[in-house]
Design a protein around this ligand. Structure first.
Ligand SMILES: Nc1ncnc2c1ncn2[C@@H]1O[C@H](COP(=O)(O)OP(=O)(O)OP(=O)(O)O)[C@@H](O)[C@H]1O
Length: 612
């Protein structure tokens, strides 16, 4: 039983992949049915192809008195040989042309259907990746994800036309030819198919090997794309640390291994082709050996023998390429598995059953007993409770690694707490759909990411469909209008990737404009002024004060001076709120916050006097 299972598992099978993508495939059923009928026509005509030649042999070339017990067509008995020859020659052309047309239709039909199916799957995969939680993305490599959306999908599309279709055609042809061979002469047919078990055995063994190598190679290619994307994405750091050679060597090592695997696949394929070739020659020799005896004994016609030899050549010749097709299919299966694995990844954070669209928030935020950990073994937030009234400014401060950004991630529902919950206007966040929740929260991060499009679009991304006037108003609020007008094409200036053509302060102000245009009642600021010089920081702070006016805002900051006017300050250390209150209250308390404040203002004073 186990043996049988391993034999079956050795066959490269597109079945599970086809099943998984069945809903997409079904949409193309008309086109696929058409292509299939064209394929049947092609196969039928291919079977007919040697018949005019056979009839020319038996009816026209051979002397009339030749003793024939074989199959002949009586209808042609009384027709003049030259007419028969003309009809058969014309039939040759008609059959070949018809087969060509049918092959064209089946190939085009399949190609168009496959393109539609793959475009559907690619769209689904792209949307799925976008919907996957941060817990997934913080582990995943972007280069690897990109190759799944591009390369792996392309492989699947390609294989349907360059491998699966020929394979089906050859398989149908083989069945048809074996049928006709038995009809013509069972003895010769038995000799001809004696090769089949050996064929199946060698092909499955070889395919299993090729499949294994193809899978490893595919994984390695994914990893290579990931490291290339990472290195290119962080080229500044790579060059600054002179890591080019080191990273280049690692890449080259993987590259070499991938090439080796590719060569191994080629080697296996070539071996398979030679083996099949030898088997075909042996069968041909055996058929000839027995066939000529049958012809001499008058139990078969020379035309029959011709049909046999042609069929053997036609049916088994593509079999030589079986390893090539199975190799390609094996690679596509490896690609399909990667695509399916990604599609099967369920987002940790998603809309719960019955989640509804959030109403317009007032901005009353309540965190109740929130406990959270990225890794169950290492708690990050421990039983955090606090509340923010609508319009209140809450500062979140504390040493690095204390859990400030994590807490903010929970407000945006990038992650769900393990215990406790976050409520807005008295309802748990999880009661709302993610999109409607995030729609009402604006964020400005430390290093705001801008897209490689116009400044106008970058701002409008905050509220898709915003008018030009709204974009400009948001830019003015963010102290960004003046510098934008000085850019070469003003609001239409196209930015470099990730906003690389702007200064840090300018980027932040565009990001503030993007947050402002959203008109969200809740605003999150994660160290938006850090890393900026004092002039830039002043402009950004001014913009932020206007942005947060009348909104509930959470402001993470390492510089206590920037948040000392907050309505409420939470001092978080090791995942706990150790102190809370206004700046004055916390200074009177003389605890950790006061200590940190003194430390910073002392440093600030000494830096100032040093500068003077
Ligand atoms: N995606 C993640 N997966 C696993 N651990 C994480 C992840 N993000 C953060 N951490 C860990 O969680 C802890 C809290 O990180 P967090 O970024 O919330 O701190 P923070 O107070 O915002 O720090 P900083 O002020 O330096 O930004 C740290 O120990 C960090 O290593």
């Amino acid at each position: 039983m186990a043996k049988r299972k391993s034999f079956r598992s050795s066959l490269p099978s597109l079945k599970p992949i086809a099943q998984r993508f069945w809903p997409h495939i079904r949409k193309q059923s008309r086109l696929l049915t058409g292509a299939f009928f064209a394929l049947l026509a092609e196969t039928g005509l291919r079977l007919l192809e040697p018949w005019p030649l056979k009839l020319m042999f038996d009816r026209v070339i051979l002397p009339a008195g030749f003793n024939i017990h074989g199959h002949n067509i009586e209808a042609l008995a009384n027709v003049s040989p030259i007419l028969v020859l003309t009809i058969l020659s014309a039939a040759l052309i008609v059959i070949a042309t018809g087969r060509g047309a049918a092959a064209y239709l089946s190939t085009v039909g399949m190609a168009v259907a496959a393109t539609h199916v793959m475009a559907d799957i690619r769209g689904q995969l792209y949307n799925h990746i976008q919907a996957l939680s941060l817990s997934f993305h913080s582990q995943a490599k972007s280069g690897d994800l990109i190759t799944r959306v591009t390369y792996d999908i392309e492989r699947l599309r390609e294989v349907t036309v360059v491998a699966a279709l020929p394979l089906v055609t050859h398989f149908l042809t083989l069945i048809g030819m074996v049928g006709v061979m038995f009809w013509l002469n069972w003895e010769l047919a038995l000799i001809a198919i004696a090769i089949l078990p050996l064929f199946i055995f060698t092909t499955t063994t070889m395919s299993k090997k090729i499949h294994k190598v193809a899978r490893t190679q595919r994984q390695r290619e994914g990893a290579m794309a990931a490291s290339a994307a990472e290195a290119i994405g962080a080229i500044k750091v790579v060059q600054a640390l002179s890591l080019q050679d080191f990273l280049g060597q690692t890449f080259a090592k993987n590259n070499r291994k991938s090439l080796k695997e590719s060569a191994e696949t080629q080697r296996l394929r070539a071996g398979q082709e030679r083996l099949v070739e030898s088997l075909v020659v042996i069968v041909q020799a055996l058929v000839l050996w027995r066939g000529v005896q049958l012809v001499l004994a008058g139990n078969a016609t020379p035309g029959d023998l011709l049909v046999f030899l042609t069929y053997l050549k036609v049916a088994f010749k593509p079999m030589r390429q079986l390893a090539k097709y199975t190799g390609q299919i094996a690679k596509a299966i490896a690609s399909g598995e990667r695509v399916i694995a990604l599609l099967d990844t369920v987002p940790d954070v998603r809309d719960l059953k019955g989640a509804r669209s959030a109403p317009a928030f007032r901005g009353d935020v309540h965190c109740q007993g929130v406990t959270f950990a990225y890794d169950p073994a290492k708690g990050i937030l421990r039983n955090l409770t606090f509340a923010a009234k609508p319009g209140e400014q809450v500062a979140i401060v504390g040493p690095s690694g204390g859990g400030k950004s994590t807490l903010i991630s929970l407000l945006l529902r990038f992650y769900d707490p393990i215990e406790g919950g976050v409520q807005i206007d008295g309802h748990d966040l999880r009661a709302y759909t993610l999109a409607s929740l995030r729609q009402q929260i604006s964020i400005v991060l430390q290093d705001s990411v801008l897209f490689a499009t116009s400044v106008r679009d970058n701002i409008a991304y905050g509220a898709l469909g915003a008018s030009d006037a709204e974009v400009e108003a948001a830019a003015r609020l963010a102290n960004a209008h003046d510098f934008i007008m000085e850019l070469p094409q003003g609001y239409d200036t196209i930015l470099g990737e990730r906003g690389a053509t702007l200064s840090g302060g300018q980027r932040q102000r565009v990001a503030i404009a993007r947050a402002a245009i959203r008109k969200a009642p809740i605003i999150i600021l994660d160290e938006p002024t850090s890393g900026l010089d004092s002039t830039s920081a002043a402009l950004v702070s001014d913009a932020l004060n206007r942005l947060t006016q009348g909104k509930t805002s959470f402001w993470i900051s390492h510089h206590l001076s920037t948040v000392q006017h907050a309505d409420q300050i939470l001092y978080i250390e090791q995942g706990r709120i150790l102190e809370r209150g206004t700046h004055d209250q916390l200074m009177v308390e003389a605890g950790r916050y006061a200590q940190m404040y003194h430390l910073q203002s002392g440093r600030y004073l000494s830096e100032k006097s040093y500068a003077n």
